[in-house]
Ligand binder design. Structure first.
Ligand code: FMN
Length: 207
C-alpha cells in the first residue's frame, strides 16, 4: 500500500513539473514589473501581412523591392506615373530636362499616377516603400501615393537606391507627408546592390 502511494505521488509530482515546463516556455518575464506575460506568437504574427510598394525609373529600386517581396512573401505594388519618364526626361545633368524642370519648380512635382489604390490595403500590417534618390530626396513620383493612403496602424519601412547619397531625411519627409503610420528608419542601397546585401539588411530587422 505504502509503495503504491509513493508511486502515485511520484507520478503527480512528475505531471506538475511537466506542466510548469510547458508554461515557462510559453511565457517570458517582463523585465520592468517581474510579472509573467505571454510570449509573442512568432515572427509571422509580428510582421503580419507585408506589402512592398516601389517606384523605379530605371530598375534598380525594383530589383531591391523584388528581393524584399521574395524574402517576406509579401505582395508588390508598383507606383507608375501616367506619363512615364524617358531616358531624356531623367537626364538631371541637362538643363531644361523634365526632371530638371520639376526639380526647379515644385508645382511640377504633382505627378499623376496610374493608381494609388492597393487592393485590400487595410489588411497589410507592414509596408515597405521604395524609391530612387533624386537630389538627395525621395523621387517625388512617390508623393501622391504617400499622400493618398492611410498608414494608420501600419509599420512603414522606407528603402531607396542611389549612386552615392544616403537615405538622408527622405524617409522622415515622407512620414511627415503621410501623417500616419509607424515609420521606421529605413535603408539605402547602391544602385547595383546584390540580393545578399538586401537579405543581410532584412535579417537584421526584427521581422
Ligand atoms: C533625376 C535624378 C536625380 C538623381 N539624384 C541623385 C542624388 O542626388 N544622389 C545620388 O546618389 N544619386 C542620384 N541619382 C541616381 C539614382 O538615385 C540611382 O541611379 C538610382 O539607383 C535609380 O533607381 P531606379 O533605377 O530605381 O530609378 C539621381 C538620378 C536621377 C534620374
Amino acid at each position: 500500500m505504502k509503495k503504491w502511494i509513493c508511486w502515485m505521488m511520484t507520478m503527480v509530482l512528475c505531471a506538475m513539473a511537466l506542466t510548469a515546463c510547458g508554461n515557462s516556455s510559453r511565457q517570458q518575464s517582463n523585465a520592468n514589473s517581474g510579472e509573467q506575460v505571454e510570449a509573442s506568437a512568432g515572427t509571422e504574427d509580428q510582421t503580419g501581412k507585408v506589402l512592398v510598394v516601389y517606384y523605379s525609373a530605371s530598375g534598380n529600386t525594383k530589383a531591391v523591392g523584388d528581393v524584399i517581396a521574395q524574402y517576406t512573401g509579401g505582395d508588390t505594388f508598383e507606383i507608375i506615373p501616367v506619363n512615364a519618364y524617358t531616358t531624356e526626361d531623367l537626364d538631371w545633368t541637362a538643363p531644361g530636362s523634365r526632371v530638371d524642370q520639376e526639380h526647379e519648380d515644385e508645382s511640377l512635382q504633382d505627378i499623376e499616377l496610374v493608381s494609388t489604390t492597393v487592393d485590400d490595403f487595410d489588411s497589410y500590417d507592414t509596408v515597405f516603400i521604395g524609391y530612387p534618390i533624386w537630389w538627395q530626396e525621395a523621387a517625388w513620383v512617390v508623393n501622391n501615393f504617400v499622400k493618398g493612403n492611410d498608414f494608420t496602424g501600419k509599420t512603414v519601412i522606407p528603402f531607396c537606391t542611389s549612386s552615392s547619397s544616403g537615405l538622408g531625411e527622405s524617409g522622415t519627409h515622407l512620414a511627415a507627408m503621410a501623417g500616419t503610420g509607424n515609420w521606421q528608419e529605413g535603408m539605402r542601397f547602391r544602385g547595383s546592390a546584390s540580393a545578399d546585401e538586401v537579405t543581410e539588411w532584412l535579417d537584421s530587422l526584427d521581422l
